[in-house]
Design a protein around this ligand. Structure first.
Ligand SMILES: Nc1ncnc2c1ncn2[C@@H]1O[C@H](COP(=O)(O)OP(=O)(O)OP(=O)(O)O)[C@@H](O)[C@H]1O
Length: 410
């Protein structure tokens, strides 16, 4: 991703974890290095380097909001082992609200400030993926046991959930009520480390919609903000009941697929950037004929990896966020406990792969407005061509067939 950040948001240890860490030094003394854009420590609120929710919001949440207001799709997702602080970071607690409500809060401040223009609207939706099925978390009491929703793919807009409810609310209070309703509907269960572990992946989506006037035409820029709280990446304990084991297997399946997708995208991005640098070296050295040679080199060399987005509902739904038109931030949460060494290492490796992905975000322009802009640019280009023909002395008085065509097309 272009803007990957890792949050090493270590939380205070709970009794059970504490007991197992016992402050013993870790025997594995090999130093491993991982890069990151931001690193936060949130174990002891009294520590001078303690990172508050506000600080995390100022770094990451503001980035999300500025990307969306510029017209880009933005995705922020939290990945890490069970109990490491994903839900705390994404949602927070009533006393310490997390990224999602803060992003809503600032969005609705914008809405209030620009209300006179009626140019902003933010439909919200909230879903969870549980056992590879999509559930609408905002269906209310109307459906006791809602049928799973189907994922479909639009040729231009990409994957979407058919029948997912969209809620247009007008202030922060209503947005937070919806968020709380969704969180309460989410499936949680006790695991060996966490009493209320999220057993599903949750995706809260804000359709950041701006009505604008471009080229004197009313148009809309719709940027999608996906805020994703993943289920914990832990191994299923064989002593759990059957439901927990099935859940664990499905969580692992989707997280393993996410890992494969991230690795494949990272590999493709690296291949692309190395073929770009070969191209530039060759073209610098050998002039114009080399371009075709080098492209065949990269073309006939290693082939781009296939990206198995459809192997899990999670990766299918996040297809654009992971490898397409989106600015994406990954938050990796890790526990300070030495008993979590392996999980921590695997989380950091996951994040290190994600850092290599280069997405291609673009402003989501209205298709008609884009067409008009492109046509105007084409007219300007043709006009300047015409002018340059007229300026060439030999062409004075001679009606070149291309000029005739140009005049006709203008
Ligand atoms: N930085 C923090 N400061 C204070 N409390 C925290 C912090 N991070 C997490 N906690 C608390 O630790 C507990 C577990 O955190 P949380 O639910 O966020 O974990 P999780 O990674 O989402 O777990 P799971 O994957 O099992 O859902 C919660 O009670 C939460 O409030």
């Amino acid at each position: 991703f272009k803007d990957v950040a890792q949050r090493c948001a270590s939380r205070p240890l709970e009794g059970r974890l504490d007991g197992r860490s016992e402050g013993l030094p870790d025997s594995r003394e090999k130093v491993m290095e991982f890069g990151f854009d931001f690193c936060y420590w949130s174990v002891d609120p009294a520590a001078p380097n303690y990172a508050s929710q506000e600080e995390v919001f100022q770094d990451l949440g503001v980035c999300v909001l500025s990307g969306a207001s510029e017209g880009y799709n933005v995705c922020l997702f939290a990945y890490g082992q069970t109990g490491s602080g994903k839900t705390y970071t994404m949602m927070g607690t009533p006393d310490s609200i997390g990224l999602t409500p803060r992003i809503c809060q600032v969005s609705y401040w914008h809405l209030r400030d620009t209300k006179a223009n009626h140019n902003l609207i933010f439909p919200l939706s909230f879903l969870e993926i549980y056992n590879e099925r999509v559930r609408d978390l905002l269906r209310g009491a109307e459906q006791k046991k809602p049928a799973p929703l189907r994922v479909r793919e639009h040729p231009e807009k990409g994957p979407y959930v058919q029948g997912l409810s969209q809620h247009v609310v007008t202030d922060y209070k209503q947005a937070v009520d919806l968020l709380e309703e969704g969180i309460a509907n989410r499936i949680t269960a006790a695991t060996h480390v966490h009493d209320a572990s999220s057993r599903s992946h949750a995706i809260f989506t804000i359709q950041y919609t701006q009505a604008i006037l471009e080229n004197n035409l009313p148009s809309e820029i719709v940027s999608k903000i996906n805020l994703v709280d993943l289920a914990g990446s832990e191994r299923a304990d064989p002593q759990y009941c059957r439901d927990r084991i099935t859940e664990g297997a499905n969580i692992n399946k989707s997280l393993v697929t996410l890992g494969i997708v991230i690795s494949a995208l990272a590999q493709n991005s690296q291949m692309f950037s190395s073929s770009q640098s070969i191209n530039s070296v060759l073209s610098e050295g050998e002039g114009s004929t080399v371009g075709s040679q080098s492209s065949s080199l990269s073309g006939s060399g290693r082939r781009q990896c296939f990206i198995p987005y459809r192997d899990s509902v999670l990766t299918w739904l996040l297809k654009d966020s992971l490898g397409g038109n989106s600015k994406t931030i990954m938050i990796a949460t890790v526990s300070p406990s030495s008993s979590s060494y392996n999980e921590t290492l695997s989380t950091l490796r996951y994040a290190a792969h994600a850092r290599n992905i280069v997405n291609k975000p673009r402003v989501n322009e209205d298709a008609n407005v884009r067409l008009i802009r492109e046509l105007r640019e084409e007219i300007d280009r043709l006009k300047s061509m015409l002018l340059s023909f007229e300026m060439v002395p030999n062409f004075k008085g001679i009606v070149h067939p291309k000029m005739k065509l140009l005049e006709l097309s203008l």
